[in-house]
Design a protein around this ligand. Structure first.
Ligand code: HEM
Ligand code: HEM
Length: 180
């Protein structure tokens, strides 16, 4: 039976998925830093295929997480926080879902336009754009920019969580940690 208190708390699955995405994004930004410049004749390489595989994996995990979030919505706590702070937190959470559910497809389209095969750790996936497609090159630019914006937002989000914990001394960070 779901109690009123359960409906205000993140489930074990929501917490597990949150921290799994943190881990996968750490790996993914490492591969992104190591990516060569992707041009017309860039040959496939291990770092490129790792970037594609981890990127598609993040997309799949985020899709599961999004469905879970729709089924079990959890309202923000921190009732004494000013309205602008709550709005900022909510907006950041929504942007995380938006960027991580749409952004990977833009990178995928760019990969296809550059004739680079996309697979999930060896399982081949279909191309999303024609080789050389102009729109997909632009999608690649948007992909890169969106992911750097994501990294800034993550910095802000993590700083806010630590501020709540160490300065405000409220239970915000503990809401996302395993229950003792
Ligand atoms: C959430 C997952 C992902 C993150 C965080 C991410 C991050 C990034 C970042 C930061 C860059 C820019 C690198 C730079 O500025 O030099 C980049 C470039 C790129 N990514 Fe991703 N990526 C993700 C998923 C994917 C997926 C799923 C694919 C393809 C299947 C992909 C394909 C590409 C390509 C082709 C580029 C080069 C874009 C271009 O210059 O046209 N990425 N990615
Ligand atoms: C690395 C990328 C991260 C992403 C994409 C991310 C994403 C999210 C999202 C979407 C939520 C809303 C709840 C949900 O839908 O599951 C959330 C909540 C939360 N995150 Fe993160 N997060 C990240 C990193 C972190 C880090 C590093 C920390 C801690 C230092 C953190 C602490 C929290 C806390 C405490 C909440 C609960 C906020 C509340 O509802 O009161 N997150 N995160």
């Amino acid at each position: 039976m779901t109690t009123a208190a359960d409906a205000r708390a993140y489930s074990g699955a929501a917490k597990g998925l949150h921290w799994l995405i943190v881990l996968l994004l750490a790996i993914q930004f490492t591969t992104a830093f190591l990516l060569p410049h992707i041009g017309r004749n860039t040959p496939p390489s291990t770092v490129i295929s790792l970037h594609f595989s981890f990127g598609v994996l993040i997309l799949a995990v985020m899709a599961v997480r999004f469905v879970h979030r729709l089924m079990y919505p959890v309202p923000l706590e921190a009732k004494d926080a000013p309205a602008w702070e709550r709005l900022l937190a909510k907006t950041a959470h929504r942007l995380f879902y938006l960027i991580l559910l749409v952004g990977p497809f833009l990178g995928w389209a760019s990969a296809s336009a550059h004739r680079l095969p996309v697979s999930l750790f060896g399982i081949p996936l279909p191309p999303l754009a024609q080789p050389g497609a102009g729109w997909a090159h632009s999608a690649g630019d948007i992909h890169g920019t969106a992911m750097w914006v994501l990294l800034w937002l993550v910095g802000l989000h993590a700083a806010a969580a630590l501020y709540h914990h160490f300065v405000r001394h409220d239970g915000t960070l503990r809401r996302m940690l395993p229950q003792r």
